[in-house]
Design a protein around this ligand. Structure first.
Ligand code: ADP
Length: 160
């Protein structure tokens, strides 16, 4: 049986913190699908297609990782992909309450799918897509926080 995990999120845009979680998950699972959520209600900076493409480029060297998008209920998407687990990243206690609620709700919706939490390297615990966008908007250097392709995309997007 292949072990398949879904790593869902907005990824608006992907950061080195997300990548750290992806690399850790890739060691535990045969296949990791980074699933970009449509999340129109969050008014993302990047379109769904752009966010998926940024993930796809950044994970190109990881043979068992792929990028996809979804707009349905997460547990339904996970079941359709035959995934046994949902991976989420935990940075600090502040993430815990929401993530705990989400994990228990997903278990209520489908008890066969386990949620696995992964902690990033400590240097990434302060990183969030929101903060990256804020720094980039103000002209700050984000090169040590995001992959090179994301840095380029941010520059291009914010100059438009
Ligand atoms: P969402 O909008 O679903 O929270 P995000 O793209 O912000 O999507 O995050 C996706 C997942 O990655 C979440 O579980 C989040 O807690 C986790 N995450 C975000 N940033 C980091 C980081 N720097 N280190 C580890 N996990 C992270």
């Amino acid at each position: 049986m292949k072990r398949i995990a879904i790593y869902p999120g907005s990824f608006d845009p992907l950061t080195n913190g997300h990548l750290d979680v992806i690399q850790r998950a890739a060691k535990l699972f045969d296949r990791v699908i980074v699933a970009v959520a449509k999340n129109e209600s969050k008014h993302p900076l990047f379109t769904l297609a752009e966010r998926v493409e940024l993930v796809r480029n950044a994970v190109a060297k990881l043979p068992n990782v792929e990028a996809d998008s979804f707009s349905s209920l997460l547990v339904e998407y996970a079941a359709a992909q035959k995934a046994q687990a949902i991976v989420r990243g935990l940075r600090a206690v502040s993430d815990f309450e929401f993530e705990f609620q989400l994990a228990l709700m997903n278990r209520k919706l489908d008890e066969k799918i386990e949620t696995i939490f992964m902690m990033p390297k400590d240097t990434y615990t302060f990183l969030s897509s929101r903060i990256i966008k804020e720094i980039a908007r103000l002209g700050g250097d984000v090169s040590s926080f995001v992959p090179a392709n994301v840095q380029i995309a941010l520059k291009k997007k914010l100059k438009d």
